[in-house]
Design a binder for this molecule. Structure first.
Ligand code: BEZ
Length: 213
């Protein structure tokens, strides 16, 4: 299965989740979305990742981003696991976002989220650590695919969302390791004369040995 390409409209799937039955586009409304999958509930890397995502959930909300987790485990396992995660991180609080139960493996197959190297006890491939960022127009804006054996960095996911949201509304590109407040770059397809009008505060140009600026 090829999975999703940037710019594809994300399928308006229906699924069972810890927040009840959900339909993706209705759940998102006008928000951005992050759908991230994990290999299995209760495993060490996944548990710490889920805790970190829950801890950062106010940062995602601030950016108008709704989080959704997913694995091929059952709804009951998701409920039990999310309670455990909250007892470790914020005792007494409700888990802040839905976890989708894809125990029939419909979504992981459709969206190309399986890790063929990691199998369950029946030899079936588990979900990899996929990250899909979906825009308010329901199109795929970014995807990152990690194998089960590599945990994610959720601060990086926030950083790329800051870049995606900035570049969705401004004709700029963000350079390596960019953080909000840092300088941005003029995309190469914008002619210099147009850039001068677009950025009246001024742009810094560096001449390079290649002759390109
Ligand atoms: C974990 O979450 O700890 C894990 C899951 C699958 C493979 C390796 C690690």
């Amino acid at each position: 299965m090829q999975g999703m390409l940037l710019g594809d409209v994300f399928p308006n799937f229906e699924a069972d989740s810890t927040f009840g039955q959900m339909k993706l586009h209705d759940f998102l409304g006008d928000s951005w979305g992050v759908l991230f999958s994990h290999p299995g509930d209760f495993t060490p890397v996944c548990t710490i990742e889920l805790g970190r995502a829950a801890q950062l959930s106010p940062e995602f909300s601030k950016r108008n981003v709704k989080l959704m987790a997913l694995s091929v485990d059952s709804l009951q396992e998701h409920h039990d696991w999310s309670k455990l995660v909250m007892s470790l991180h914020e005792p007494g609080s409700q888990f802040p976002f839905p976890i989708i139960a894809d125990d029939r493996r419909e979504l992981v197959e459709k969206l190309g989220m399986l890790d063929p190297e990691e199998k369950d006890r029946n030899g079936m491939p588990l979900s990899a650590r996929c990250v899909f960022v979906i825009g308010p127009d329901k199109k795929l804006k970014l995807s990152i695919l990690y194998p089960a054996t590599t945990g994610r960095n959720f601060d990086e996911i926030l950083r790329v969302i800051d870049s995606l949201q900035l570049t969705a509304h401004n004709r700029v590109a963000t350079p390596v390791d960019w953080r909000p407040g840092n300088s941005v770059m003029v995309p190469p397809r914008i002619p210099e004369t147009e850039a001068a009008t677009l950025f009246p505060a001024g742009i810094y140009t560096k001449d390079l040995p290649s002759g390109k600026k």
